[in-house]
Design a protein around this ligand. Structure first.
Ligand code: GDP
Ligand code: IMO
Ligand code: MG
Length: 433
């Protein structure tokens, strides 16, 4: 049995798309289990760049079936445009992409509420992607949401949605935002949503049946540990469980069937949106990382905040998701530094801590304690074997392993599929059989 979950070990954008694209050919099904089109997973193949938001990155491999699991929130307009974009690139989705009937739907009022609430929060805003993600998960938890399977009962769906829009309009009026015209919104929405119907399945049964028949599943996480609604820097988080536990609830695959977990971490750290970020660099070094790493949001085009590698964060991630191994990406971005810093612990009012403190306020007060190591000042871009890395880069990788309590099984040295080191006799090399 081989069913592996891939999770972001920092604040998202670690390179999950690239890694999933590398692993996908060795799996029968690739499934998303949480989040929605707030994600932006980039896959670069030759001159072509694909950015997947809602559809699993495995779709680019013709042999895989792809699943949008029950834990995902689906905006039909975003779904349709992604399917269309893929078709123009020669990738057909119908017949190999399946959407859970139990997945909750994002309606236009969710997006309107997301915007209105962010505006009201002003300087304290979360910096969401404005895709309606939070409000859609709210409706799910409040038991007032519309699910993809409701499309099979359009009259009931309209009735439910009408009540939700009425309620949302009251909040929008109070917030001084524009309200939605119920019937027009519903008509337009149903036009888009109807196109989802052929993709609907009981995906939990489908996945568990496939596993029983000896097939393998790759679970593609979106966002990252520090954006997890339970374990992240709450309230500066997304509204779903990005950690490995979410893979079971969000796909319906029984937890005992998940056989491994791979965490993706950048060789430094980035974050988009608000919230604490202890190793953030607001100086020239931060600007350099932003430029050299091309750190611009794949979904929203916002510049990403940048900083040194934070081992407290990744260690926390290894613990929470039981990560068997790490993939360390964007090592090449560090190629030119004389010296590189790694945060090993935090200084607080009460002394040094090595574990994640409770709460965003406490984290904001933490001062990173750095260990400084020599840079390698050699181009590593495109290197495909560990032996070929300069000694200082090898030491850096070993330091990450030691500080984070997990082996680094894959090292990424560029955005292309081929610019990758798979460590010999590592778990990743096992999974690629
Ligand atoms: P994801 O959300 O975790 O899938 O990551 P994103 O796609 O949002 O961001 C990662 C960015 O880094 C993308 O533009 C990738 O093409 C790029 N990338 C991935 N791995 C590497 C690498 O090893 N080196 C460099 N230079 N770029 C990389
Ligand atoms: P991938 O899968 C990085 C961030 C937003 C904001 C917070 C809440 O590409 O790694 P939301 O719209 O989810 O309510 O926003 O989460 N965020 C991400 N940051 N990568 C992502 O996805 C993200 N998805 C959401 O910037 O701070
Ligand atoms: Mg991304």
């Amino acid at each position: 049995m081989k069913n592996i979950v891939v999770v972001g070990a920092q604040w998202g954008d670690e390179g999950k798309g690239k890694v999933v694209d590398i692993l996908a050919p060795f799996f029968d099904i690739v499934a998303r289990y949480q989040g929605g089109h707030n994600a932006g997973h980039t896959v670069k193949i030759g001159d072509r760049k694909f950015v997947l938001h809602l559809i699993p990155s495995g779709i680019l491999h013709g042999e895989c079936d792809c699943v949008i699991g029950n834990g995902v929130v689906v905006d039909p307009a975003a779904f349709n445009s992604e399917v269309e974009e893929l078709r123009l690139l020669g990738v057909e989705c119908e017949g190999r992409l399946f959407v859970s009937t139990r997945a909750h739907m994002i309606l236009p009022y969710h997006t309107a509420l997301d915007r209105a609430r962010e505006k009201q929060l002003g300087a304290n805003s979360v910096g969401t992607t404005m895709r309606g993600i939070g409000p859609a998960y709210e409706d799910k938890a409040a038991r007032t949401g519309v699910r993809a399977g409701d499309l099979l009962y359009p009259d009931l769906l309209r009735e439910k949605a009408r009540a939700c829009i009425e309620r949302a309009n009251r909040e929008l009026v109070a917030a001084g935002a524009e309200t939605l015209d119920e019937e027009r919104t519903l008509d337009e929405y149903m036009n888009e949503a109807d196109r989802l119907t052929p993709y609907l399945r009981d995906t939990a049964s489908m996945i568990n049946r496939a596993v029983r028949d000896g097939k393998s599943v790759l679970l593609e996480g979106a966002q990252g540990t520090m954006l997890d609604v339970d374990h992240g820097t709450y309230p500066f988080v997304t509204s779903s469980n990005a950690t490995a536990g979410g893979a079971a609830t969000g796909s319906g695959l029984a937890p005992k069937s998940i056989t491994g977990a791979l965490g993706i971490a950048k060789a430094y750290t980035t974050r988009v949106g608000g919230g604490p970020f202890p190793t953030e660099l607001l100086d020239d070094t931060g600007a350099y990382l932003q430029k050299r790493g091309n750190e611009v949001g794949a979904s929203t085009g916002r510049p990403r905040r940048t900083g040194w590698f934070d081992a407290v964060v990744v260690r926390y991630s290894v613990m929470l998701s039981g990560l068997d191994a790490l993939a360390l990406t964007k090592l090449d971005v560090l190629d030119e530094f004389d010296e590189i810093k790694v945060c090993t612990s935090y200084k607080t009012r009460d002394g040094l801590i090595e574990d994640m403190p409770y709460g965003a306020n406490a984290l904001a007060e933490c001062e990173p304690v750095y260990e400084t190591v020599p840079g390698w000042k050699t181009i590593t871009s495109g290197i495909t074997s560990f032996d070929e890395l300069p000694e200082a880069a090898k030491s850096y990788v070993r330091m990450v392993e030691q500080l984070c309590n997990a082996p680094v099984a894959l090292i990424s040295t560029g955005p292309e599929r081929t610019e990758t080191i798979i460590r010999e006799e590592s778990l990743v090399s096992e999974w690629m059989k």
